[in-house]
Ligand binder design. Sequence first.
Ligand code: GLA
Length: 669
Amino acid sequence: MNKNTILAKTGQILYGGDYNPEQWPESVWKEDMRLMRLAGVNFVSIGIFSWAKLQPTEKTFDFGWLDRLMYLLGENGIWADLATATASPPPWMSRYPDLLAVDVDGHVYSHGSRQHFSPSSPTYLRFAEALVKKIAARYAKHPALAAWHLNNEYACHMNMCYGEASAKAFRLWLKERYHTLDALNAAWGTAFWSQHYSAWEDVQPPRKTPMFSNPAQTLDFHRFTNAAFLKIAKMECAILRKATPDLPITTNLMSFFKPLDYFEWAKELDFVSWDSYPDPLDYGELIGARGHDLTRSLKPGRPFVLMEQVTSHVNWRPVNVAKPVGTMRLWSHQSVARGADGVMFFQWRQAASGAEKYHGSMVPHSPDPEKTRVFQEVRELGAELKKLEPVAGTLVRSRAAIVVDWETWWALELPSKPTEFNYLAAIEPVHRYFYERNIAVDFVTPQSDLSGYSLVVAPTLYLLRGKDAKHLDRYVREGGTFLATCFSGIVDENERIVPGGYPGHLRETLGLWIEEWWPLGPSETRKVRLGAKALSGSRWSEVIHLKGAKALATFEEGYLKGKPAVTRHALGKGQAFYVGTVLDDSSLGVLLDDLSRGLKLAAPIKAPKGVEVTLREGGGKRFLFLLNHNGKAVRLPLGRLKGTDLISGRKSGKAVLLKASDVAVIELE
Ligand code: GLA
């Protein structure tokens, strides 16, 4: 099987959800199968939280129920996304004290919820390895098995563990990284505040300290924590790959999740998937789009799967509002529009007990679930996704990219900075710009191949290695357009100031250097003039000296009056822009509009506000997705484009009429 697309085995858009039949008598399973067939379900994630059921005591296993379940799925033509079941260890394992995670205050977690294990616990690793080996051996050849699902939302609730098991593993990790204590002392700058180490056993995780902890130590602890979880995933992958070299492996990621560097994670997976739960009271389509765009970007050239979303309401917010009618359908299509080949829910049947019994599901609590509004919508969606089969395997192509770097995220949000930074607050407005203009955009890292992008925006790329800066510089010289925003290029991988003046390794690319930073107070703003246009900045200003760049915009008030605020540096065949303040959304829009216009970055068709437009392409076919997020109907002129709506089956005329919350997927001629 070609792992490039998970559809190679199923040949369809995947549809289904987390299925936890171990919570129900087996008499209910038959009814589940009937309802799944009715709903068009073809893929379910099973066994995610069933470790205690599969291994009720240290020495005993029970796979009988899972055998019967796999058989039933196969009999009903439903593919299994079989979990490795390592997400939550059974209570008996807590008898081994190293199992339990410890927080920064030294408090030990307990079983009785989920995910209480330390990622560095030898006990956890030993039992997890044994369990995965058993599952892999038992089900490798099962005809219903379509994919492996590692663990579940790694590190979601418990990520930084500060216990003894972690301390030991951290030291080993540091020894591998630095080899000698001298190198560690140098990297961590331990000459400061009497932190010099003379023995490895004195090195600790950054536990509770009276004042700021050593930033390089904390940054390394982020790296170590990411590596500790990834080590578990790699261990599971190795076992599964050996058993089933041709079956794809995934795990459900969580979009912008700070503890884990998902670009690193994606390398281990055959396809990526994620869980999307925007609050319907927020700007949910924007938040969903951001997650889809990131997830798609983690594995360029491959579709992803929306592994979890909810049909209606969750249970974990203070107030859990229901998705307005039509939103579940619209947001599901949105995931396909942005590159998903699978639309899944948490969960199939609503639980009767446990902490998630008030969480929405595909089969709600009801004497006759088939008649509920939610199930009927689930059923209609299943029928529609079947019609989208021709879309499967096609891709979203972007010419714009936003740089996101997990190491910058970890380093930037350490305390004791010139001002308080929030990395996502720097990234989100840039993504929002592209989203609202229907310009396709990917996320990339400072190491990504950038040759296909006309515009690369790097919001506050604070930590930058010299070789990555060279890579960005080459991109510009070879004809790219690059834009960095303030506090970029400041430190190296050890959170040490890059010598020679700010912005460190980016000085030559941007053609400037910065003498002083002038952070602005919470209510302060600065007028900025860009040609004839009045812009506004806040939070940050700085003294920029031009060394080849030209000032495009200047500060209009305060000490910095008349000094550069936005610059452009013509370099080689390309150009590098820099913004020395935090522009408000409309000002950022003015600047990015200028760049987009110059680079001919545009939406596939013109559309009114609240209408999302994307293109998926491949195999000589093009699909135009039109999603109306407005509460009223819209008319969309198609210009010269023509085609047939896969959902309604109607040929498009000169324009498409979309009702409130409606969707069209036009296969273009
Ligand atoms: C996460 C988990 C699921 C479930 C849902 C509830 O996404 O992976 O097991 O707890 O949240 O929203």
